[in-house]
Design a protein around this ligand. Structure first.
Ligand code: ZN
Length: 194
C-alpha cells in the first residue's frame, strides 16, 4: 500500500500538473489575489482529501483497534464505486456552498473523483485486486495486473486490449482532472506558432 503522502503528491504533482504550471506562471507575474488564494485553497483541500479518502478507515482503526486496516468500514469496501460516489457528492456539496453555482460545484466533484481514482490507480499497481465496482460487483479486480502478460504467451488481441484498458484508465483520471481544472480557471489553449 502506498503511503498517504505518496497518494497526495502523485495527485498534486502528476495528475494536477496543469494546475501547478498555471499557478507558477501567475505567481511569477504577481496576478494572485486573496480571492484566488481561497479558490486555490479549496482545490488543494478537495484534491488532498480525495486522494486519501479511500484509506479513511485507517484513522479510527488505528485509534480504536491498533491496526492500520484501511480498506473497509464494517463489511463495506472503501476502494469502491460506492465510496467514489460519496466522495463526489461531498465535494459537490462543498463546492456548491463555496460558489453557489452547479457547474463549478460539479467541477469540484469531478476533481475530487479524479483524486479518488488516482488513489485506486496506485493501490492497484502496488497491490492489485480492488473491489472497484462494489456494490454492483463484489469480487476483486485488477486493471494493472493485465499489463504484465508475456507477449508470446497470450493472444495478440488480448495483449493489446489489456494495454489499452490500463492506459485508458490512467487517461480517464488525468482527463477528469484536466476538465475540472479548465472549468475552474486553468486552461491550455493552442496558440499558433509564427
Ligand atoms: Zn488505499
Amino acid at each position: 500500500m502506498p503511503y498517504p503522502a505518496f497518494h497526495l503528491s502523485f495527485f498534486i504533482f502528476c495528475v494536477s500538473l496543469v494546475g501547478i504550471f498555471a499557478i507558477a506562471g501567475s505567481g511569477f507575474r504577481r496576478e494572485m489575489t486573496l480571492k484566488d488564494a481561497k479558490h486555490l485553497g479549496l482545490l488543494f483541500f478537495v484534491g488532498s482529501v480525495g486522494s486519501v479518502f479511500p484509506d479513511v478507515p485507517a484513522v479510527w482503526n488505528y485509534f480504536l483497534n491498533g491496526t492500520l486496516q484501511h480498506t473497509r468500514i464494517g463489511s463495506v469496501p472503501t476502494h469502491s464505486l460506492l465510496f467514489g460516489i460519496v466522495a463526489f457528492i461531498l465535494a459537490f456539496l462543498l463546492g456548491y456552498i463555496f460558489y453557489r453555482n452547479v457547474s463549478k460545484a460539479s467541477s469540484i466533484g469531478i476533481f475530487a473523483e479524479a483524486a479518488f481514482l488516482s488513489h485506486l490507480l496506485l493501490d492497484d499497481i502496488a497491490d492489485g485486486g480492488l473491489t472497484y465496482l462494489y456494490p454492483v460487483y463484489n469480487e476483486p479486480l485488477s486493471i494493472f495486473s493485465v499489463m504484465n502478460v508475456k507477449l508470446s504467451g497470450v493472444d495478440f488481441f488480448y495483449y493489446n486490449f489489456a494495454c489499452f484498458v490500463s492506459v485508458f484508465f490512467i487517461f480517464c483520471v488525468m482527463f477528469m482532472a484536466l476538465l475540472a481544472l479548465k472549468d475552474l480557471g486553468f486552461g491550455f489553449r493552442y496558440e499558433p506558432v509564427e
